[in-house]
Design a protein. Structure first.
Length: 293
């Protein structure tokens, strides 16, 4: 890897921060733990996926998660509800799954149709089964450093940064995006790692100037090629958590690669880590629920 000269501003060629191999290792370790639990107790970890409507992309994501679950020795229950489902109907289904002792983790595929109160739906998931880390309980646990499930994409990002030995203590991290299940928890987890965190979003005044101060940039704004290379400090670590049509992230990859030291590719960066952490946390949930049964 070519390292930057931060004194002169000499650009670098970014090393790709690939999540595929690390995610595969995480899934393999989860599979070993799942088999051990089943061999010792007869309990197979089980993830319930809930899909509302027939959005092709969401359906593809759910199938992918179910296939990865199977490979990891994790059972799956698939619940598909019509696009006309009401908030009350969805809450009732999530409550039923929360009360089902054979289900250890629940994933509500999002976004949900516009007539549904997504927050109300998330809050119907029992905290002990919130393996996607979407409830207010899970967010509070992340914010206060208490035991609980991490939001899967932010949690996966932190694992990726750790695997690439990115020094976070004392670093200035700029998070672009304020989603309650991505941007906000990512900032909380970075703060817990002793980074100094600045939250920004698409309406932030002087956004490029703020991003240029960052040692670590997490782009989660949902706009293709939004973050430009000229916004970045030479040698910055750039995490592209966006995924847009055509396998395009939120960061202009070609421009960023000429400036950053580390850059997650899209796809193959953050995405695999998200699914791996989901499966790992499903096994965590199954072990805890079995121990408390």
């Amino acid at each position: 890897m070519t390292t930057p000269d931060n004194t002169t501003g000499t650009p670098t060629t970014a090393r790709p921060m690939i999540g595929t191999d690390l995610a595969a290792d995480m899934v393999a370790q989860a599979a070993v733990r799942a088999k051990k639990l089943q061999d010792e107790t007869g309990v197979q970890p089980c993830l319930a996926t809930v899909l509302v409507g027939d959005d092709p992309a969401s359906a593809t994501y759910v199938r992918m998660k179910q296939n990865r679950s199977k490979k990891a020795g994790i059972g799956s229950v698939s619940v598909v509800l019509p696009a006309t489902t009401t908030t009350d109907e969805l809450v009732a289904e999530l409550t039923r799954l929360s009360n089902d002792p054979s289900v250890h983790g629940i994933l509500l595929q999002h976004p949900v149709p516009e007539q549904i109160d997504e927050r109300a739906a998330f809050e119907a998931i029992a905290p002990a089964k919130d393996v996607d880390g979407v409830t207010m309980h899970s967010f509070a646990a992340m914010a206060f450093g208490e035991p609980g499930f991490r939001s899967c994409t932010p949690g996966g990002i932190l694992r990726l940064l750790q695997a690439y030995d990115v020094p976070l203590a004392g670093a200035h991290a700029v998070v672009i995006g304020r989603s309650p299940i991505l941007g906000k928890p990512a900032g909380m987890l970075l703060l817990a790692s002793n980074a100094t965190v600045t939250y920004t979003h698409s309406r932030t005044t002087n956004l490029p100037e703020l991003v240029r101060q960052a040692d670590v940039v997490v782009a989660a704004v949902g706009k293709p090629n939004f973050v430009r290379g000229e916004w970045l400090k030479p040698g910055a670590v750039v995490v592209d958590a966006g995924y847009n049509e055509g396998n395009v992230g939120d960061v202009h990859a070609e421009e960023a690669a000429a400036v950053a030291s580390l850059l997650t590719p899209v796809p193959g960066g953050v995405g695999p880590m998200t699914i791996a952490l989901l499966l790992e946390q499903t096994v965590d949930a199954a072990e805890a629920q079995t121990a408390n049964a």
